[in-house]
Design a protein around this ligand. Structure first.
Ligand code: NAD
Ligand code: WQD
Length: 343
C-alpha cells in the first residue's frame, strides 16, 4: 500500500466480533482506524485487546448510530474518507420478537449514518456495508451467487435487504458514491493471538460459539438441530469462513472502491460447506476436548444447505479465503480458553 492509499476509516460497530478483526486487518495494512460503537453488544475490553495486537491506541467514539449530529461531528473531526458499517443487531430469533427495534436500529441507524455522511463538510462517499447471506432466504440453487433472488425469511434479514436497496438507490442518485455490500456467509474463528474473538452474551445462538462453550465446560452439551436433512450425514451444511479471511475481504473491498465507483455486491465465503457433525469433530480435534451432543428436532426456519459462489469476489476483489477448517477451530479454541472463558 502506498501512502496515497492510506485512508482515515470509521468502523461503526468496530468493537464487535467482525469489526474488531477488521480493525486489526485495516490497521496492519496502514490505514488509520476510528471506532464508533454504543457497546450494546461489546465492551471497551475488546478495544484494549485490539490496541494490544496493533501496538497503538485507537480513537473510540461512544455513541448510537441514530445520533446523526455526533456522527457528523465525528466524520469531520477525524477527516474520515471511508466508512465500514458493521453496527447492527443480528439475532434472527430476537428479530422475530422485537422487529420494530431491529428496523429502528439497523435501517434507521443506517439512514442516520448516510445523512451524517451527506452533511459532513468533507463529504465521505466510500461505504462498505455488512450484509448477510441471510438476504437470500431458502436457496433456489447452489452455490448461491450474487444474482440469486433475495427473499429473507425473518425481520433481521429484511433489514439487510432494505439497507441494500437504500444503498443502491443512493448510488444511482449520485455517481460519486462508492459502495460495496458484503454478504457474509458464516464467520467463525478468531485472531491468532487469542485476544479477540466471538464472545456472545448469554446462551449462544450460533453453532460454533456454542460448541466452544461446551468444549471449555461452560455448557454441558450441544443440541444438534436435526439429522434428517437431505445432506451427507443428515445435519445442516453451511459455508463457514475464518473471521480473519472475512476481515481481509474488507481490506480488498476498500481497495477495490479506490478504483470503482457505483454500487457493488460480493459474497464473502469459502465456496464449500461443512455439516454440523463435521464442525463438531474438527473442533474436538483442535481443542483435544470432547463435545457431547444430542440430536433434537429441527430449528424453525433452518435450511439444509447453504454455500457461496465466490467466483465474483475472487475475480473482482483479487481476494479469496486462505484459512482452512483446522485454522478456524484452533483459533476459536485459543480465544475461548484464553480470553472468553474468564470474561
Ligand atoms: P457484533 O454484535 O459482535 O458487533 C456489532 C457491533 O455494533 C457491537 O459492538 C454493537 O455494540 C454495535 N452496535 C449495534 N447497534 C449499534 C448502534 N445503534 N449504534 C452503535 N453501535 C451499535 O456483531 P458481528 O458478528 O460483529 O456483526 C457485525 C455486522 O455483520 C452486523 O451488521 C451483522 O448483522 C453482520 N453479519 C454478521 C454475521 C455473523 O454471523 N456474525 C453474518 C452476516 C452478517
Ligand atoms: C449453523 C448450523 C444449525 C446451533 C445464522 C443467521 C445468519 C448469519 C449467520 C447474520 C445450522 C446448526 C446451530 C446449535 C445446531 N448471521 N446448529 N445447534 O443459522 O446458518 O446462520 O448466523 O447475518 O443470518 O441465520 O448459523 O450458526 O446458527 O447454525 O445444530 O446450537 O448449525 O441448525 O445447521 P445459520 P448457525
Amino acid at each position: 500500500m502506498t501512502s496515497s492509499n492510506i485512508q482515515n476509516i470509521l468502523l461503526t460497530g468496530g468493537a464487535g466480533y467482525i469489526g474488531s478483526h477488521t480493525a486489526v486487518a485495516l490497521s496492519q495494512t496502514g490505514h488509520r482506524i476510528f471506532i464508533f460503537d454504543n457497546f450494546c453488544n461489546s465492551d471497551r475490553g475488546a478495544v484494549k485487546r485490539i490496541e494490544a495486537i496493533i501496538g497503538r491506541p485507537i480513537v473510540v467514539i461512544e455513541g448510537d448510530l441514530r445520533d446523526t449530529a455526533l456522527l457528523t461531528q465525528t466524520l469531520q473531526t477525524h477527516q474520515i474518507n471511508a466508512v465500514v458499517h458493521f453496527a447492527g443487531l443480528k439475532a434472527v430469533g430476537e428479530s422475530n420478537r422485537i422487529p420494530v427495534e431491529y428496523y429502528a436500529n439497523n435501517v434507521q441507524g443506517t439512514i442516520s449514518l448516510l445523512q451524517a455522511m451527506q452533511k459532513a463538510d468533507n463529504h465521505p462517499k466510500t461505504f462498505v456495508f455488512s450484509s448477510s447471506a441471510t438476504v437470500y432466504g431458502d436457496p433456489k440453487y447452489l452455490p448461491i451467487d450474487e444474482a440469486h433472488p433475495l427473499a429473507a425469511t425473518n425481520p433481521y434479514g429484511r433489514t439487510k435487504h432494505h439497507i441494500e436497496e437504500i444503498l443502491g438507490d443512493l448510488a444511482k442518485s449520485d455517481p460519486a458514491w462508492r459502495i460495496a455490500c458484503l454478504r457474509y456467509f458464516n464467520p467463525v474463528g478468531a485472531h491468532d493471538s487469542g485476544l479477540i474473538g466471538e464472545n456472545p452474551n448469554g446462551i449462544p445462538n450460533n453453532l460454533m460459539p456454542f460448541v466452544a462453550q461446551v468444549a471449555v465446560g461452560k455448557l454441558a452439551q450441544l443440541s444438534v438441530y436435526g439429522d434428517d436433512y437431505d445432506t451427507p450425514d443428515g445435519t445442516g451444511v453451511r459455508d463457514y469462513i475464518h473471521v480473519m479471511d472475512l476481515a481481509e475481504g474488507h481490506v480488498a473491498a476498500l481497495n477495490y472502491l479506490t478504483t470503482h465507483d457505483g454500487f457493488h455486491v460480493f459474497n464473502l465465503g469459502t465456496g464449500r460447506g461443512y455439516s454440523v457433525l463435521e464442525m463438531v469433530k474438527a473442533f474436538e480435534a483442535a481443542s483435544g476436548k470432547s463435545v457431547p451432543y444430542k440430536i433434537v428436532p429441527r430449528r424453525a426456519g433452518d435450511i439444509a444447505t447453504s454455500y457461496a459462489s465466490v467466483a465474483y469476489a475472487t475475480a473482482e476483489l483479487n481476494w479469496h479465503a486462505k484459512r482452512n477448517l483446522k485454522d478456524m477451530c484452533e483459533s476459536g479454541w485459543k480465544f475461548q480458553h484464553m480470553t472468553a472463558k474468564s470474561s
